[in-house]
Design a binder for this molecule. Structure first.
Ligand code: BTN
Length: 252
């Protein structure tokens, strides 16, 4: 897969634009990069906040031959590519919070949103998927509801990072990791993801949106399709496909 970048000034959401291009036949590797989104969105229907012209907002069209229950690997690949590109472009170490947040010092610096176009037939790969990536790069402040949980590369490193360079590194790492995914069905992506995963082996709490209560356990792994594996207090291991996992911060 070779990426081709389309740089736009403002869109509603790069995921919308990439989806529109994919529906019109755009090839795998088509990347929509925008300076600003008027309706950027995150997981669970939340809005995605960014400062115009300061952050990286991009979406890539992919046509993986993977069944819907295996698509988690595509977001895992995105998180790995982002964590590695942050290191390359800014020297900052980051960690992945399952399923697909990238954190620096426990605060969120990047998130991904995977949307897929299914044709409704059971057991068939999607027609295409759109992997949307948001990275907080040069924004220096956040709205009150995010200020204690979010961060950016400039806040963490004390210097501005070129968005252009970062987009170049992210897209070439996506090419490399997507190639590896096609060769070994995601084995290497998964093992790199586990190296970068925050809280592996530690006590964890899983909150599922809309569900009453939460699940307590120990974070012991991530399955091939991206489900998180928790060891419960009775020693049983269970896989969870949705939710947010919180682990105790390092040293706690
Ligand atoms: C999340 O962590 O909740 C996912 C955030 C995904 C944000 C990116 S920004 C580029 C792309 N376009 C969107 O509207 N969302 C994704």
């Amino acid at each position: 897969m070779k990426t081709v970048i389309h740089h736009l000034v403002e869109v509603t959401s790069t995921n919308d634009e990439a989806r529109r291009m994919a529906e019109a036949g755009a090839p795998e590797g088509t990347v929509v990069w925008a300076d600003h989104q008027s309706e950027g969105r995150g997981r669970h229907g939340r809005a995605w906040f960014s400062s115009p012209g300061e952050d990286v907002l991009l979406s890539v069209v992919l046509r993986p031959r993977a069944l819907p229950d295996r698509l988690g690997i595509v977001t895992m690949m995105g998180a790995v590519a982002v964590a590695e590109s942050i290191l390359a472009a800014s020297g900052l170490e980051s960690r992945i919070k399952w399923p697909n947040d990238v954190l620096i010092g426990g605060r969120k610096v990047s998130g991904m949103l995977l949307e897929s176009a299914q044709d409704g037939r059971l057991g068939t790969p999607p027609r295409f998927v759109v992997l949307g990536i948001g990275i907080n790069v040069n924004q220096r402040s956040f709205p009150p509801d995010l200020e204690h949980t979010s961060t950016s590369l400039v806040i963490e490193s004390g210097r501005r990072v070129s968005r252009h360079d970062l987009v170049g590194v992210v897209t070439s790492l996506l090419e490399a990791w997507y190639g590896s995914f096609m060769q070994d069905s995601g084995l290497s992506v998964r093992s790199r993801y586990l190296e970068l995963l925050d809280g592996l082996g530690k006590p964890a709490t899983l909150h599922v949106q809309g569900a009453a209560g939460s699940v307590q356990g120990r974070l012991v792994g991530v399955a091939e399709g991206g489900a998180v594996e928790l060891e419960l207090s009775d020693g049983r291991r269970e896989l969870f496909y949705a939710g947010d996992v919180t682990t105790q911060p390092s040293g706690a």
